[in-house]
Design a protein around this ligand. Structure first.
Ligand SMILES: [Zn+2]
Length: 428
């Protein structure tokens, strides 16, 4: 299978623009980039005035929670967890997880996300949604272990890691929920198992000030980062969900294999405050995240990074938080995923977005990065999305039946609302 994109403008992972380039895709990979390329047996697509970029990576999601979009609004974060989401989740069925995840996959592709890192139970249902829509998923099976025993979930997560270890579209991880929902012993047990299996971990750390204060009280002055470090969490590849309240002393634990996935829409919406994330960001590996639609209401990393820049400029300095830096946050996640993606370079996976910036929202285009970061509507301006050389969105239309997904997800939502809130064992 060959596709030749002609006369395109390329935006690479650093935000550099190369004009009038041809890009040849062969068997799912970028085979050649240059001027005046020819390939007789390729499908040839004229990309004059279009911009081809690597796809976006979204590094912290709870994709099945798309099914809860809009169910708990205008509440304090404590009530959001304890009185809304956890009680609803306690009655969740497999079909809610599957259709929620599939709806999320469809939305992500529509918004130009070609790979995402997920954190939820029943990873095999999310993996199925990935296979059926064509998106790449790095899926961490969530494990709670506050009561001290996690053996049942750990066995399921282990089986999931073994089942998907060599899958092309799905990369498995261990997902201990957080230091506040796992005891230090459980954290260590899960991290040891991840090391044994040769997979990374993905967990929430220091999302709120209350979590940091509670950790210090419970663990003799230790922050959540201290607790994760003691359990060995930074000695293997680690995706940190949020890290909004990171402290200066926590920075010593960070290394090239640790990335923070940031979701400012969630932070502002749930009133989570202004922790150290913005202040220390130049010492942290940052990538775009999302947190799922129960808190963010959309899976749109462009919106998240736009908010990150705007809040940063507002708090701090309008000359900082530059376009290129924000663009690199949208691309950064690929480095921490196992998909050979995120670069416009020969040999990399052909996971690509094509932008049409000749629209009322984005024209005139003095600077394509400004048009994308501050003006674009990704579902509109990203007309085509390719993953492993296959179009999953073509000429503005998804390559699968989106109506079926919407109908089934809406039916699940009705049932969820009718079943109501259950009694949850979880509390924070
Ligand atoms: Zn989260």
């Amino acid at each position: 299978m060959k596709t030749l994109f002609k006369n395109a403008n390329l935006i690479n992972e650093l935000g550099d623009v190369l004009t009038n380039q041809d890009l040849l895709v062969v068997d799912g990979k970028i085979a050649e980039i240059g001027e005046n390329l020819c390939c007789d047996d390729a499908e040839t697509i004229d990309c004059t005035d279009r911009f081809i970029t690597p796809g976006f990576a979204s590094m912290h999601n709870h994709s099945p929670m798309n099914i809860f979009k809009g169910i708990a609004e205008d509440v304090h974060i404590d009530d959001w967890f304890n009185k809304e989401l956890w009680p609803y989740e306690s009655k969740m069925q497999d079909e809610d997880i599957y259709w929620g995840a599939k709806l999320a996959c469809a939305e992500m592709i529509n918004n130009g996300i070609t790979a995402f890192a997920d954190h939820y139970f029943k990873g095999h249902l999310i993996a199925q949604a990935c296979q059926e829509t064509g998106i790449k998923g790095d899926i961490a099976w969530t494990i709670f272990g506050f009561g001290g025993d996690c053996s049942e979930e750990l066995a399921l997560a282990t089986k999931f890691c073994e089942d998907y270890k060599n899958d092309a579209l799905v990369n498995p991880r261990m997902g201990p929920h957080s230091p506040y929902m796992c005891s230090p012993e459980v954290l260590k047990e899960v991290i040891d198992k991840a090391k044994e299996l040769g997979v990374g971990i993905h967990l929430h750390i220091s999302e709120t000030k209350a979590q940091v204060d509670a950790s210090k009280e419970l663990h003799g002055g230790k922050t959540p980062f201290d607790v994760v470090n003691e359990a060995g969490g930074f000695s293997l590849p680690c995706i940190v969900g949020h890290g909004l309240w990171v402290e200066e002393n926590d920075l010593k634990y960070l290394n090239d294999d640790v990335v923070f996935a940031v979701s400012p829409k969630t932070y502002t919406k749930l009133g989570m405050g202004d922790g150290g994330l913005w202040k220390y960001r130049k010492q942290i590996n940052i990538a775009a995240g999302n947190d799922g639609s129960a808190s963010s209401n959309s899976i749109d990393v462009l919106e998240q990074i736009r908010m990150f820049a705007l809040l940063g400029k507002w708090y701090d300095n309008a000359e900082d938080f530059t376009l290129k830096e924000m663009w690199q946050y949208l691309m950064a996640g690929h480095k921490y995923l196992n998909f050979n993606s995120g670069k416009l370079a020969v040999g990399y996976a052909a996971d690509l977005n094509i932008f049409d910036l000749n629209t009322v929202s984005t024209a005139p285009v003095y600077n394509p990065l400004a048009a994308i970061i501050y003006s674009a509507v990704p579902s509109v301006n990203i007309t085509d999305v390719m993953i492993d050389g296959k179009f999953v969105k073509r000429n503005g239309k998804l390559a699968f039946d989106e109506k079926e997904i919407i109908t089934n997800a809406s039916a699940c939502a009705k049932e969820i609302y009718a079943r109501g809130r259950g009694v949850t064992k979880l509390y924070f």
